[in-house]
Design a protein. Sequence first.
Length: 287
Amino acid sequence: MSIAIIGLGNMGSAVAETAVKSGQDVTVWNRTSAKADAFAGRAKVAASLTEAIAGADMQVWVLSDYDTTLAALETDGAKQALSGKTMVQLCSGTPEEARSLSATVTGLGADYLDGKIFTYPARVGAEMTRFAYSGNEAVYKRCEPQLLALGARSGWLGADAGFAAAADLAWLSYLYGSMVGLFQALAFTRAEGLADDAVFGSIPSWLVEIDAEANCSKELIDRGDFHGSQAELDVHFAAMQHLLETARGNGISEAFPAMIVDVFGKALERGYGKQEITAGLDIFCKP
């Protein structure tokens, strides 16, 4: 199956580079043609978007957002060229935007998969990298060999085109939550005069604990009972209050500690104090 990469920003270039190195029949196109120069002699460089669409069975669109994709489709001949082809969309957006674009594309006589990238450009194609896709399962299965080259842990989530976007929101929540935690951690240690390695040197160990905590939470969620033997929410909440008090005392940001004290304080009000911290899920799902 031939593949066209539409858009050669940092992520699009990484996707195209991975596709080329995996031995696929690749066409590339970018609105600013100079970005395609790096692929000259290694891939077909389309002179126009319509040419790129017409010349490949599947197009992987790596533009900035859904609106940009819709605007690109207004290019002369692009909609007509898409008929009978497969579009795989990789930009971030909302589940509703994904469903809307799916309806538009299938209405043009093309197949559609919505895809999301759970990594940065440097790790596209890596063994642990995951892309998530949603849409028609038969279409995914047909495209799976080419898509797995981009991330070996990739997979299909369901027929609803919005599912991949929902999973992307989960990834972004986890990513940004982790980065906020990292920056708050550095603020605490710096305020006390510790070197940054007190944090960075501990991260490998912390990741083991976070993975274990996530697996424990999954077990509790699966069984529908948040009682456990690790640490009651009352114990966690006391530590959260220490974070808030110390942040205030050291004159560093208290935004993150204040947020978790507020959220898990509500969980205590609901009577979850003697259950595991996983009980806090209720506050996020039913605020």
